[in-house]
Design a protein around this ligand. Structure first.
Ligand SMILES: [Zn+2]
Length: 259
């Protein structure tokens, strides 16, 4: 795949106040309006992401832009670093990792919680597959560190329940992305919801706030084996999840020799 050089992401100048977990008690659902106009203004109309190779010091870094309300699958080799950048801030990204050699094994949210004995791994800890074997290491995180590993991807039925038929959704975007990589799975695994601010409250409730990531925040992973890495820029376009708007995300894959 060839493409023009890296895209300059248009950011919202206004930096929005970050709501800590548990303030707006709204459910996780919706995305629309405004985004297409904003991207048109930015000169970016593509639904599909763009892959570019950037000259680095030594090996090339691969960059994939995940456009708003879309998904991308990227091949990542063992030892490579994957960095997910939220350029505009407050954008949730649903992430999956599938074993490239054995697509029947993938990042399992429940096995990761089990082995870490945490709701989300700490930096330096591992995400696991269904056999409890490390598949991805959480290497670094410049965001406030609020992520989710309890929610499924948004799907068509969620939007239909809100009278939004035909709405873009992470489940369908995931299926399209893995299909583009030639993979068919028997189920849609639960994702890792990057930057999603939905931690449990003392009373047991799961209350969703605005994604805590600030413009330019990023989270980085180290591939523990050859992977198909999938990321969707969540399609929920009603508050609070991604602050009532849908933005892009950027994937940067750095070869082991340059990481
Ligand atoms: Zn979503």
């Amino acid at each position: 795949m060839s493409a023009p050089g890296p895209i300059e992401l248009a950011g919202d100048a206004a930096q929005l106040a970050i709501s800590p977990v548990g303030l707006p008690a709204l459910s996780r659902d919706a995305c629309h309006r405004g985004q297409s106009e904003r991207w048109a203004v930015a000169g970016y109309s593509g639904i599909e992401g763009v892959m570019a190779e950037m000259a680095g010091s030594g090996a090339a870094q691969r960059v994939v832009i995940v456009a708003p309300r879309s998904g991308q699958a990227v091949s990542v080799g063992r030892g490579e670093q994957v960095r997910v950048l939220d350029a505009d801030g407050h954008q949730v990204g649903d992430m999956w990792a599938i074993d490239a050699a054995d697509p029947g094994r993938w990042l399992s949210a429940s096995h990761t919680r089990d082995r870490c004995e945490r709701l989300f791994p700490a930096v330096g800890e591992q995400f696991r597959d269904q056999h409890g074997v490390p598949i991805l290491q959480l290497a670094a995180d410049t965001s406030p560190g609020l992520h989710d590993m309890l929610f499924p991807p948004c799907d068509r039925w969620l939007y239909e329940s809100r009278r939004l038929p035909g709405h873009a959704n992470c489940r369908d975007n995931f299926l399209a992305a893995v299909a583009s990589a030639g993979i068919s799975l028997p189920i849609v695994p639960d994702p890792v919801n990057l930057f999603q601010n939905s931690g449990p409250q003392p009373d047991g409730r799961l209350r969703i706030g605005v994604a805590a990531s600030r413009p330019g925040d990023a989270i980085s992973f180290l591939a523990q084996r050859d992977l198909v890495f999938v990321l969707t820029a969540c399609s929920v376009d009603y508050p609070p999840l991604s602050n009532g708007r849908c933005g892009p995300l950027r994937i940067e894959v750095t070869p082991a020799t340059a990481a």
